[in-house]
Design a protein around this ligand. Sequence first.
Ligand code: FDA
Length: 517
Amino acid sequence: MVMTKSLAPVIFTLFSCYLSIYSLASSGDFLQCLTKNIPSQLVYTQSSPSFTSVLVSSIRNPMFFTPRTVRPLWIVTPTNASHVQAAVVCGRRHGVRLRVRSGGHDYEGLSYRSERPEEFAVVDLSNLRAVHINEQTSTAWVDSGATLGELYYAIGQVSNQLAFPAGLCPTIGVGGHLSGGGFGMLLRKYGAAIDNVLDAVLVDAKGRLLDKNAMGSDVFWAIRGGSGESFGIVLSWQVRLVPVPPTVTAFSVPVSVDQGAVGIVTKWQEVAPALPDDLFIRVLVQKQTANFQSLYLGTCDALLPVMTSRFPELGVNRTHCKEMTWIQSVPYFFLGSGATVEDILNRTTSLSIYTKATSDYVRQAIARDVWPEILTWLSEPEAGLMILDPYGAAIGSIPESATPFPHRAGVLYNIQYVNFWFASGDGEAHTKWIRDFYAFMEPYVSKNPREAYFNYRDLGLGENVVVRNVSSYEAGKVWGEKYFKDNYKRLAVAKGEIDPDDYFRNEQSIPPLVPSK
Ligand code: FDA
């Protein structure tokens, strides 16, 4: 760990600030303040009988639920906006920081744990999960604590010709997902989730309830993909619903190395981002097989000629087609062909699978002769998988500065590297595999900066910088420019406007840039 000379005073100052807020902290006063303003059954301390079950209720990654994990001292489960406002006001007054959790899927668990010892409370929004669909205007208001599955289900109840372009996993929380971007199989037709946000309601560090106009255009810009948790607690979002045809077609075609996976993946890199925007074909590469998964907004009859003319190498024919409604495609892709639409309402999570993930963006197709090496990496005993999501079309046509999410024109595809293990292992080899594979991939992916997707959060992106736990604009650049490119600076300025004291802070939150007077 190296601390550069020039950063040392900054770090010292920030560290002192950090100590001072906590030396003021008074647990009893904070709790008293909460219970004066929030019904006591919505406030849990570590000695409450159901504290642990509430804490684990949406934890996805047991890596962050171990005896060593720094856990919250309190959990608040608000049922209305005034409870959230009270939690912020009490936290400020008594020097207790808050972390906000919607669906708990953060890859580093930052919504419910801290990397360093500190006293903090979690505001868990899972009780705030209403979805109101307005079919006439094709819009919806959705609370942050709703899951994507709950949003999709509510849309499907109203119409089979409306959808929302967001992620594949139905248990993801709307709050974190929209705060960090959010993309899924409709990204080529309609962009990312944040490209379809019309309004939002935010509780800021002063405890004020602000809509789009009241929060101002910089902050409204920032919370759409720029890490909502840096700016406050987003309670709800107004989103634009998008039209889909009554019949969509799914296919899944596995191709092994022996069947020509190397040549087909090489070709896919150029073909997939340039296909008509109705057609999305992603690839899951694991061991020696590339599995091509597709959603087409139309019938099999309409899909087949497109595949024959644009991507004949994949050999898609009528037997591969599965026609269904868009809402049926949600469980089909994430839960498998036997799953029902009701299954996407299931919020149950499991603490059995440990995960580590990170990401890259590819702007120049990787040469054919590199793919056998990549497949060798993926065949190692501790290897995970690679998910390749094609961009282009709508997601690429939006200017880089329109939202904080900058991975737009020129991106061919996103790579997600994921590894899994079970309780029997310590995960060391699996995590090392990700790190080593990520290092191997460097020459083949985007550069200056090497881009990364914020919603696939990785604290390792700043690993060689000692100050990663301290908010500092310069120190944050190491990950901030990977996630946000030139938008990082504008995010820091927006943060300086709404939360200059940096109350809402975590290990990778946006530091405030406040103009000197
Ligand atoms: P969580 O509650 O853990 O929050 C994540 C972050 O957002 C935390 O820092 C938290 O403080 C902050 N936050 C949460 N709610 C907030 C609020 N109301 N206001 C302000 N800040 C808030 N992504 C994708 O784009 N497409 C995909 O298909 C998938 N698929 C996928 C599958 C699985 C199994 C996982 C675990 C993750 C994904 N993701 C994904 C990544 C996912 O989009 C990302 O982890 C989201 O941040 C998760 O949002 P949650 O609300 O569930 O997480």
